[in-house]
Design a protein around this ligand. Structure first.
Ligand SMILES: [Zn+2]
Ligand SMILES: [Zn+2]
Length: 257
């Protein structure tokens, strides 16, 4: 399995992109950086997108990608919770803000086909086994365990915690792509909006370690660029404390498994 980080932050700036991943060149996890993170041939090779939840930074590029690749004759399969897909069709692909690409270019061969998923119901997609796991966040949200042979990667999406089901999977994931949105100073805000800080991540990892679970390599994404320095410093301290690699990923970072 080949994983590429397309974006690793919660805001797009001159130097950062929204959190988004590409798996095996054909599957995207979330859609916040598909326009700026992929070349034109890569955009046209995309077969499916797994959405974690409805928030704008995770779905933003679906309309633009639809227009950009409309003439290639290929349908892209969109997977997400009903709440996520409903928000998409009523707010972004509503035919008012942007064309309804679930009906265009033709209703028979639309740009996007929607597939509702349910937490804890696994499915197979593009040679991968996918298990959506529920996570606590400000909107109904899931993370995904993605397996291919002996390779397993966990993607939490936006979450205020609830990492144990990912860490206790059998076999355990080699990588955990986890959000760390705020620095430790922002813990109140993180708790209120159900996001993580390095200290909240530490609590989750320590409780898994106390249960005897092996800790995977940690890749921190969805970092707030305004607090980048503090977050990376605090993650480096945590990496030393737990004696595990914690990588603050950046766009185009590749993780072969
Ligand atoms: Zn969110
Ligand atoms: Zn987000």
């Amino acid at each position: 399995m080949k994983i590429r980080v397309l974006g690793a932050h919660n805001l797009e700036t001159l130097h950062t992109r929204h959190t988004c991943f590409l798996v095996d060149d054909s599957l995207a996890i979330d859609a916040g950086s598909l326009m700026t993170g992929l070349t034109d041939p890569e955009k046209n090779s995309l077969k499916a997108i797994l959405l974690t939840h409805r928030h704008f930074d995770h779905v933003r590029d679906i309309p633009s990608l639809g227009l950009h690749t409309m003439d290639n004759g290929a349908t892209v399969d969109l997977y997400g919770l009903s709440d996520t897909l409903d928000a998409l069709t009523t707010h972004l692909l509503d035919g008012l803000l942007y064309p309804n690409f679930t009906l265009r270019p033709t209703p028979e061969r639309p740009k996007y086909r929607l597939h509702p998923i349910a937490p804890e119901r696994p499915f197979n997609l593009l040679g991968l086994q996918i298990l959506p796991l529920p996570v606590p966040h400000g909107a109904p949200a899931v993370g995904y365990l993605v397996r291919k042979g002996s390779a397993t990667a966990a993607f939490t999406g936006d979450t205020g915690g609830g990492l144990l089901p990912f860490l206790s999977a059998t076999p355990p994931p080699q990588y955990l792509f986890v959000e760390v949105t705020f620095s430790n100073d922002g813990i109140d805000r993180a708790r209120a909006s159900q996001h993580l800080t390095p200290s909240l991540l530490a609590d989750e990892l320590l409780s898994a370690q106390q249960k005897g679970l092996p800790l995977p390599q940690i890749v921190a994404v969805h970092r707030d660029p305004r607090h980048e320095k503090a977050i990376t410093h605090q993650l480096a301290e945590l990496s030393k404390t737990l004696n595990i690699p914690i990588t603050p990923a950046s766009a185009n970072h590749q993780f072969p498994l």
